[in-house]
Design a protein around this ligand. Structure first.
Ligand code: ADP
Ligand code: TRP
Length: 345
């Protein structure tokens, strides 16, 4: 079982990223035979338009991953743009991707619906993501709920490629169990942690680095406290029961076991405690949960050269894993590979 996933270095990691995605990454490095995790810097080009910033964020995200428990002995950590085959495969896949499929893409649709002009990069974003997944023959991809459609696209695009380039391929039988002809590109399964659902931000909307409502994992103590104390609340009196649903509840739930959350809910519903009490409890639990990682990140920051070595070794390992798939793609599509292949009929 080969697991793969990536995160864009477009902002600092926040609680939604951790509970929706990274937490699973850490778990799968033990459960899977092979786990590949990357920094999706090419994807981030759709929003970050400054080379120095993008490099800094890519290194920062590597520090985040490592501080949160990603172990380079058990998982392969690398930077997307260090694998040149990714952009080549993106082009090859674009050639078999229907326009209609991309036009259905949520992120593209949302942006255009809001009147924001979209670049071709945003439009073809799902093709690049499909290349990420398919190049390594990934079996399963842990992601947050919002990425579900992208996983479906990766399966559809793999099917299109296989139908086009693999004679005898039956899309009803992708592994070739009956036909004996498996696809060149393997169809990946999504791994979506339903319990985490969508983590809300300080304003109650979906937490996202681009909405300015996130609680970042590595924010220094003071701004962190300010952020959590600033969670939107109303003027319900201390002694009164508090309204539901409320942002504070799912946030507290992330850190509580069943019994602890039961206690939170009980006092929330009877009243007697002000919002400040719950915010401080959240802050305390946040520290209890993340302080070890926060400390580890401070240590890692002292030695960025080590992190660069990890990324560079990771890229080499990832490329080696990609090689058989890449060779099969090149052979089937009739492009790339060794020039001498032109002589082979
Ligand atoms: P952002 O919206 O902050 O830019 P990304 O889109 O880069 O976050 O998401 C990185 C990963 O974190 C994805 O797998 C995504 O599903 C997950 N994720 C992001 N925000 C949330 C959230 N609020 N709740 C749950 N998972 C999330
Ligand atoms: N699009 C993903 C996100 O915004 C990041 C990503 C890029 C990814 N390539 C991927 C995730 C491949 C899983 C597999 O979160």
């Amino acid at each position: 079982m080969r697991i793969l996933s990536g995160i864009q270095p477009s902002g600092a990691l926040h609680l939604g990223n951790y509970f929706g995605a990274v937490q699973q990454f850490i778990r799968y490095q033990d459960e899977a035979d092979e786990a590949l995790y990357f920094i999706a810097d090419l994807h981030a080009l759709t929003t970050v338009r400054d080379g120095a910033t993008l490099r800094e964020r890519a290194l920062g995200l590597a520090l985040d991953y490592l501080a949160l428990g990603l172990d380079p002995e058990r998982a392969i950590l690398f930077r997307q743009s260090d694998i040149p085959e990714i952009t080549q495969l993106t082009w090859i896949l674009s050639a078999v991707t229907p326009m209609g499929l991309l036009e259905r893409g949520h992120s593209f649709k949302d942006k255009t619906a809001r009147g924001i002009p979209a670049d071709a990069g945003l439009f073809t974003y799902p093709v690049l993501m499909s290349a990420d997944i398919l190049l390594y023959g990934s079996d399963a991809v842990p992601v947050g709920k919002d990425q579900k459609q992208h996983l479906e696209f990766a399966r559809d695009i793999a099917t299109k490629f296989n139908v086009a380039f693999q004679p005898g391929y039956d899309p009803q039988d992708p592994r070739g169990e009956a036909s004996g002809v498996p696809g060149i590109l393997k169809l990946p399964d999504p791994l979506i942690l339903e319990e985490a659902g969508v983590v809300p931000g300080v304003d109650g909307e979906k937490m996202s680095s681009s909405y300015g409502n996130d609680i970042q994992l590595f924010l220094p103590d003071k701004p962190l406290k300010k952020r959590i104390m600033g969670i939107k609340t109303d003027s319900t009196a201390v002694e009164d029961p508090k309204p539901e649903p409320h942002t504070l509840l799912p946030l507290l739930k992330l850190f509580c076991d069943e019994a602890a959350y039961g206690e939170v809910l009980a006092s929330w519903r009877t009243g007697g405690k002000g919002y400040g009490h719950y915010k401080l409890e959240l802050l305390e639990r946040f520290h209890g949960f993340f302080d070890e990682a926060r400390e580890r990140r401070r240590e890692l920051e002292q030695n960025p050269e080590r992190v660069v070595e990890i990324l560079s070794a990771g890229a080499e390992r990832a490329r080696a894993i990609a090689r058989p798939v890449w060779e099969a793609v090149v052979e089937a599509a009739g492009v790339g590979g060794d020039t001498s292949a032109l002589l082979v009929k």
